[in-house]
Design a protein around this ligand. Sequence first.
Ligand code: ATP
Ligand code: MG
Length: 567
Amino acid sequence: MKLSKYLLPTLKEVPSEADTVAARLMLRAGMIRKVASGLYEWLPFGLRALKKVERIIREEMDRIGGQEVWLPTLQPKELWEESGRWPVYGKEMMRVKDRKDGEFCLAPTAEEVVTDLVRREVRSYRELPLLLYQFGEKFRDEIRPRFGVMRAREFYMKDAYSFHADESSLDKTYDDCYAAYGRIFERCGLKFRPVEADTGAIGGKSSHEFMVLAETGEETIAACEGCGYAANIERADAPPPTAPTDGHQHDELKEVDTPGVGAVEAVAKLLKLPAEKFLKTLIYVADGKPVVAVLRGDTELNEPKLQRALAAKQLFKASEEIYRQVAGCEPGFAGPAGLNAAIVADHAVADVVNAVSGANKTDKHLVNINVGRDWRPARYADIRMIRPGDKCPRCGKAVAFFKGIEVGHVFKLGTKYSSAMNAGFLTEKGEKSPFLMGCYGIGVSRVLAAAIEQCHDDNGIIWPAGIAPFQVVVLPLNVSEPKVVEAAEKIYEGLKAKGVEVLLDDRDQRAGVKFKDADLLGLPWRVTVGERKLAEGKVEIKARAAGGGEDVPIEKAVDVLLNRIKL
Ligand code: ATP
Ligand code: MG
């Protein structure tokens, strides 16, 4: 491709809308342009890279027996009603009407459509397992579209769905996808980590997210360097303390005045006691019933864990009205003693002796409250967020936190969709049984952004070879010098003839501009053709990732490059 004819508008200035390195570089390198919030155009240079990622994914999905399909983006409401997700998906779902007033959504995902396809077309256990996948746009009206194509409202996804007759078959395909994802992200040149992920209250059995490690990541991972345990902090188990954190003497329960001071930090300051002496009392409503969560004052509630512990379909914070009904006081002053609702206490609470809690009276707290003597939880459960330095739930060493970008997700759905949608097959015994299902997503456009977020320097992108839009850029430094042009074109044509993807910067620009753009575009190899070296019969070959260049005779340039480019 000749740059003079290529729609590759590079930018010198950093666009003001760019909020991450990847967004900045993708805009500056002419890969994408923004149309509106979370909506992007892909220009030729960007799309080439996206298609590289797509190709790698397709190869690895085919290798594990995946079959590519194409499912509609416009999906009828009726299917989403069958699964029960039409009302619960909320505002993230883009909804549209057709001319007959029929309601549709723009696919945010495709479990319903694919389950419908398979229930119509697959009859018997003999046709299973089945792994179907597709590439396509997904639409999600994100609350905060940001980071360029990383969190967009229309984005490119590979989604896959598997159907099975039994658990062991599901386990096998799940493991195959997990392994395929590892190969995909490796081939994309990413430093990544699979982590255990939350499966949601009514979700399936097992789930892993593939995280690209990056400071700008929106996800937090708790990882143990000792045994390799890694989990999204939404999911990470927080093991109970092994030894009491305090003395054993139970002192006399007292009420103290805390006028207008409800929050743990504020009361801790007032009473000059550390937050770990406090009991935090939170009131929720689970499937219509009030429940109380009690935590140690220095820890935070993990809502998905509470929801799982209660096996609740819905969980939300109690309104002020319900709070008053349950605790009999203004919000901020609830405590576990004398409440008329079931209490779930975090394990860490068991060891706090002579604690402080709300008194269930406005402007009052209790001191020296003790579990067993003054209150009793209905049960203990792990309902808190893990913290850096907490013990690893597997090996007991300390965990550390890392930031990550979620690029892929594998999920055992079980029979969640097949049961709801009456999708089943005939077993060997001739009985009807719901399909066991798995789903496996990769944000293709997000993978590309994540790769750039990881692979760059101050001057621009440093493409991993596997996903680079081209492998080589040839730079004739002075296009008004026929010898330079001739030599550059010879190398360019020579590489093309060998099937190498090569860009020729044939623009009439100053050498400085060309060098800067070559660094910004970040192709793995650069061949510089300049008058001075040409006089010695040489050109310079340089890797974008490495420092120094290497002078080689013109006639050897193509062969040297072919050797270097090990695709
Ligand atoms: P997130 O927590 O980041 O919103 P998610 O859990 O909603 O992601 P999934 O439903 O599992 O994501 O979608 C599969 C993949 O699609 C994700 O792993 C991610 O790579 C990608 N993805 C999800 N939302 C977006 C988005 N708004 N823009 C670009 N890619 C996205
Ligand atoms: Mg999301």
